[in-house]
Write a protein that binds this ligand. Structure first.
Ligand code: APR
Length: 259
């Protein structure tokens, strides 16, 4: 089957579904001009940082403890790449679907805030968001639109403690409140599960898809590249998210905004 036929088939299943889980990664924001980490358009594939360390190490909790300047340098690079980016047709398609189907739920690994910017509300940002900062000493919090002009690493205006973004660094625990919301949604069940633009590296990303597959619930992967889920899902849409999502919504008889 070619991609158009698959998208039409996915749209027909989507029209029937009420509770739909979208699991998204960096690839959904690639069409907004953001780089991905790995896979198609990946910036970190096998490349050490300018500091000669792996990016996972630079962006790790242990590194932040001992050399916050290094971690902040790469966090700021990611933020600079996100700066000024706007949601694309795939982000808007999920927001639109949410308005048609209150059972739509999005689990994202992205820290770029673009799902919220598109108006998505039933959202778990499992890796946090770069815009939210907090003091590691006194808990002071703020939200920033941009890091432009920020002295790195930033200091808390209240206690001069080290400030960090509310994101999950490598080796750190996932936020308990977000996990609880995800588990509550999973407990209620879904009747369709999509992954969009993720290399599906983490168990909490892969497991809902495997669970759905084992229950006979339709699973869909939207990704121009190949992942470990590509041979597992029922429908593999090998296309860019911003093209695929409006086409799927249109096939479901729902409007699909194009960018
Ligand atoms: N549309 C859909 N998918 C795309 C597109 C696109 N236009 N362009 C690229 N992709 C795919 C790539 O082929 C790849 O499989 O998106 C995927 C991006 O994978 P990653 O960069 O690994 O992103 P992600 O899965 O979100 O990474 C997980 O790892 O580095 C950490 O914390 C970071 O949240 C991130 C996590």
């Amino acid at each position: 089957m070619d991609a158009d036929h698959i998208m039409r088939a996915v749209g027909l299943r989507l029209a029937q579904a009420e509770r739909v889980l979208f699991i998204t990664g960096a690839g959904i924001s690639a069409d907004s001009g953001l780089p991905t980490y790995r896979g198609v358009g990946g910036i970190y594939d096998g490349v050490a940082t300018a500091d000669g360390i792996d990016i996972e190490e630079a962006l790790s909790g242990p590194m932040f403890q001992v050399r916050p300047v290094v971690t902040w340098k790469y966090l700021a690079q990611i933020e600079a790449a996100c700066r000024g980016a706007r949601p694309n047709a795939a982000h808007y398609a999920i927001a639109e679907l949410e308005r048609h189907k209150p059972g739509v739920f999005t689990l994202t690994q992205n820290v770029d805030g673009l799902h919220s910017a598109a108006g998505v509300e039933n959202l778990v940002e499992i890796h946090g968001c770069l815009k939210r900062l907090a003091c590691t000493v006194c808990g002071w919090r703020t939200e920033l639109e941009t890091y432009a002009g920020l002295a790195l690493p930033p200091q808390c205006p209240e206690c001069s403690g080290l400030v960090r973004p509310q994101v999950v660094l490598f080796g750190e625990n996932l936020p308990m409140d977000q996990l609880e919301r995800l588990y509550a949604a999973l407990d209620e069940g879904f009747d369709m599960v999509f992954t969009i633009g993720t290399s599906a590296l983490f168990p909490y990303i892969v497991q809902p898809v495997l669970w759905a597959r084992s229950q006979g619930i339709p699973t869909v992967e939207i990704n121009p590249g190949t992942t470990e889920l590509s041979t597992i899902v029922d429908y593999r849409v090998q296309a860019r998210a911003a093209l695929a999502m409006p086409a799927i919504l249109a096939a479901a008889g729902l409007h699909g905004r194009r960018n």
